[in-house]
Design a protein around this ligand. Structure first.
Ligand SMILES: *[C@@H]1O[C@H](CO)[C@@H](O)[C@H](O)[C@H]1NC(C)=O
Ligand SMILES: *[C@@H]1O[C@H](CO)[C@@H](O)[C@H](O)[C@H]1NC(C)=O
Ligand SMILES: *[C@@H]1O[C@H](CO)[C@@H](O)[C@H](O)[C@H]1NC(C)=O
Ligand SMILES: CC(=O)N[C@H]1CO[C@H](CO)[C@@H](O)[C@@H]1O
Length: 259
């Protein structure tokens, strides 16, 4: 069942999507117990890119891609990553190393946390920007549970968070914006709200932007238009306007953190 749903997440057919919805979203009994993790997934080797980078950076952008995207930058986050690196010198980008297969968000979170912990030890002044798309938003949310103490070094070092197409977006949060920075999708929960961890309360703050495209089924939930659109609006985040929206948030928060 979860395979069908995960495939729907990357744009599979109508029948698959509706089947997945009817089994996992619409059922009052939908339970994480039914959702098994792949037994064959291997732990992945620690980040090569960042280890090869010279000493410490001013900041590290940690970007986590969505389900079934190939290891590397996702178009849903690479524009805002590039604009940030272009506007504020001294940064590097790190692509979270994880399989991005069915239900592998914990492995993504593990790698994000490992990268931050390595940085906190080796480079105490370094800041972090966490970006996540789709399953990558869930991995980012899980990682943030390690940094909920606002007096901790980790909390202070994470300057900004941007998630797009967040499967467990929570309704009516200060961080919520639609694709043009408005409030169209503010009042809705993501379809996975009861199935995967959502962003911790303390991170629904001015540091975080949770971008949900109107009628993106994944983050905006089930409604007439999201069913008509199926997964299309989940695939639109790469457009320049959304990338600029994310970049503007990151740049503003990074400047505060680096000041
Ligand atoms: C971001 O920069 C990388 C490296 O220069 C480039 O390959 C990629 O096409 C850029 N992506 C966007 C969306 O600007
Ligand atoms: C700086 O960021 C803005 C978005 O805030 C972006 O439009 C612009 O291209 C960025 N500049 C560089 C050099 O990356
Ligand atoms: C979304 O709702 C929250 C809670 O009511 C509010 O603080 C926030 O400003 C709203 N966002 C937008 C873009 O209107
Ligand atoms: C307290 C806490 O949330 N710890 C978590 C830190 O991150 C790792 C990796 O994701 C988790 O396994 C821990 O549970």
């Amino acid at each position: 069942m979860i395979s069908a749903w995960a495939r729907a997440l990357v744009g599979a057919g109508v029948a698959t999507l509706l089947m997945a919805l009817s089994t996992s979203t619409l059922s009052a009994n939908a339970s994480p117990v039914l959702l098994t993790r792949l037994g064959s997934v291997q732990e992945v080797p620690i980040d090569l890119e960042a280890r090869a980078s010279p000493a410490c950076a001013e900041y590290v952008v940690i970007a986590t891609r969505g389900t079934f995207e190939a290891q590397g930058p996702t178009p849903a986050l690479s524009g805002m990553t590039n604009y940030t690196l272009g506007n504020i010198t001294g940064g590097i980008a790190y692509q979270t190393v994880y399989p991005a297969g069915d239900w592998t968000h914990q492995l993504g979170a593990d790698d994000i946390v490992r990268r931050i912990e390595q940085g906190l030890t080796d480079c105490p002044a370094q800041k972090y920007v966490l970006l996540g798309y789709s399953q990558g938003a869930t991995a980012t949310a899980i990682a943030l549970y390690n940094y909920t103490d606002i007096n901790s070094a980790g909390y202070k070092a994470i300057a900004a968070v941007v998630v797009v197409g967040n499967p467990a977006k929570r309704a009516n949060r200060i961080s919520n914006v639609d694709q043009v920075g408005g409030s169209w999708t503010n009042g809705t929960n993501g379809v996975y709200i009861k199935l995967v961890p959502t962003i911790p309360d303390v991170w629904y703050s001015t540091k975080t932007l949770d971008v949900c495209w109107a009628d993106d089924l994944v983050c905006n939930g089930l409604n007439f238009f999201s069913v008509i659109n199926l997964m299309i609006n989940h695939l639109l985040y790469k457009v320049a306007s959304v990338q600029n929206l994310g970049a503007a948030h990151i740049i503003k928060q990074l400047k505060i953190a680096l000041a």
